[in-house]
Design a protein around this ligand. Structure first.
Ligand SMILES: CC(C)(COP(=O)(O)OP(=O)(O)OC[C@H]1O[C@@H](n2cnc3c(N)ncnc32)[C@H](O)[C@@H]1OP(=O)(O)O)[C@@H](O)C(=O)NCCC(=O)NCCS
Length: 211
């Protein structure tokens, strides 16, 4: 399958206008464009040390940063640089995290990134959201490869990636110097043919309990 955007353009190409923000529904979540009204929740959830420690998010997460970041996401999507989505729980409309693909210019490759607020950990939300975004990346954006970096100590993220089909590909030693630490980054990758092989074999879905 080699799906293109609704206007026939390949969404992963940065030189073409991206279609509207996707809205992706899973069993318990909706992945949608951020709105400025999400800013207080983003600041509250992304601003805690446990989330910052495993990401490149700023810390402290100062007033105004969430609004500026949300505002920047629209332009990033429109120019094909990145598509970042809010993870909202359908049950009560609560924002539980963020997930996105950062597209490599001129390549059918993207980097997957995500965080879930600490009060919502361990409920399968990251796995459910990441599985849905991977499907979007391969089926709608026609990507050939999605990759995901994580800090070596981030076992929860490693497990999320393993559950949805990523392979561990190796590491880059002391690759990121953040907050006075030299972090080794483990890299995970998922190829288009692997995704479709998995779909054919398991009837892979984004349902909770499918992982
Ligand atoms: C990593 C993160 C996204 C996981 O979110 P989540 O919604 O709790 O993830 P899920 O519930 O879908 O899955 C977590 C899996 O990791 C496992 N896990 C959690 N902590 C673990 C640990 N210390 N060691 C091993 N496995 C662990 C869980 O048991 C679960 O696996 P299971 O379903 O087989 O039991 C969340 O912890 C987070 O946002 N952390 C801070 C930011 C971050 O790390 N972002 C990713 C950067 S690469």
């Amino acid at each position: 399958m080699n799906r293109t955007g609704s206007d026939g353009t390949l969404p992963h190409r940065p030189d073409v206008l991206m279609p509207a923000f996707p809205r992706i529904a899973t069993a318990r979540l909706v992945l949608r464009a951020f709105a400025v009204a999400d800013a207080p929740a983003v600041q509250r959830l992304a601003g805690v040390r446990e989330v910052a420690d495993q990401t490149l998010l700023p810390h402290p997460y100062a007033d105004g940063m969430a609004e500026a970041w949300i505002e920047s996401r629209r332009a990033a999507h429109e120019c094909g640089e990145a598509t970042d989505l809010a993870i909202e729980r359908v049950l009560d409309g609560t924002l539980v995290g963020a997930i996105g693909l950062a597209f490599e210019p001129g390549r059918a490759r993207a980097k997957l990134g995500y965080w879930v607020g600490a009060p919502f950990w361990g409920r399968g939300y990251a796995t459910e959201a990441a599985a849905a975004v991977v499907t979007y990346g391969f089926e709608t954006c026609a990507l050939e490869r999605i990759w995901a970096p994580r800090f070596r100590g981030n076992a929860a993220s490693a497990r999320v990636l393993e559950k949805i089909g990523f392979a561990h590909e190796g590491c880059r030693r002391r690759f990121v110097a953040e907050r006075a630490r030299a972090e080794t980054v483990e890299q995970h990758g998922y190829l288009r043919w692997e995704y479709y092989a998995r779909v054919a074999q398991c009837g892979f879905t984004c349902e909770p309990g499918a992982f």
